[in-house]
Ligand binder design. Sequence first.
Ligand code: SPV
Ligand code: MG
Length: 407
Amino acid sequence: MKRRVSRKEPLVYVGMAADFIHHGHVHIIEEARKLGKVVVGLLTDEYVPNLRKLKPAFVVHGDDWKTGVQREARARVIKVLKGWGGKLVEPAYTTGISSGELIAYAAQTGISATERMARLRRALEVKDLVRILEAHSGLSGLIVEKAKIIKQGRTVEFDGIWESSLTDSASKGKPDIAVVDMHSRLQTINELLEVTTKPIVVDGDSGGLIEHFIFTVKSAERLGISSLIIEDKIGSKRNSLFGTSVKQLQDTPKNFSEKITAGKRAQVSDDFMIIARIESLILDMGQKDALKRAHAYIEAGADGILIHSKAKTPGEIFSFCKEYRKFRAQAPLVVVPTTYSQVSEDALRRAGVRMVIYANHLLRASYPSMRKAAETILRYGRAAEASKYCLPIKEVLNLIPYENSSS
Ligand code: SPV
Ligand code: MG
């Protein structure tokens, strides 16, 4: 039997774009129920088509969307509701929900490849800045997964993992010249996949030949990687931060655009993202070239643009952002503030950046302690003095909990 929504009770619309349904969401539904018959729009931030169809008397949403990236969605809802005199009701956002507990739950129960993959797109839809940190092993992946602090009453943590060519190579004692090939990189990625649930963004170097890139996209997507970022370089691979001090060649916009389009055609799901990384500022080719390429790559189907810079200050990044904001076709903008590290997330957010990648910090953090410990043992002819650079042995033993279900 077809159930009809009774028109006697006012219709109340609740949009829900959540990975986990928690008591905050239940509270919103309960508040909505007090106003009438509730319709929940699942996994959507795009209210307008549903609202036009249903013409609800009320839309109910937590008041947290008055600020941040959802601000614009809110403005659209208010505007469209005016069409038939509908009202927006905004109960106070439920604070104190521990996303950590939810993540721990996800880690315990595991996560499917497709669910993990979709999480990056979802994060970009609902967060005004997505924060990604590098990991190069299972252990460093666990740090990205679990690190969190409370700042001004809110939990702050990383939204995903950067699988870097530089740090994956360095952790194997190899230079960043693609000598650690995709086959080896996939092994590191598998280590990360095994012990984490957060989205993984993979540094795909140049993506290689178009016909090879297609296979890389398919492998990445199958594993549940959320995004491959490929840079518009060709020839012998060198790390971007060398800039023009070594020979690095940039691909033509035409060829690189073809690679992006081929990759997009190869993917199966809608959630996988191919992000195009522009090396024009790295190679001193100027803003004009960078902006021209950004246009071309978006046109070719790129799901995001990474504008890279090796400058010591963020000036050239901000200049790029200023022009990028004027583009009619937009794709999330990504930056890697390694050399201009004094820039704050707030400043990047205000400039329109949507994803920030801290590309090498866990590897760089571990190296000085390891070297100090090694030199200290040599200096003193014993290990006691090195302890201050080391995790206490008891903590090492308990670092990775092991629950033996048979005991
Ligand atoms: C990496 O982390 O390998 C990168 C970023 O590609 S950079 O080292 O800045 O080129
Ligand atoms: Mg790299």
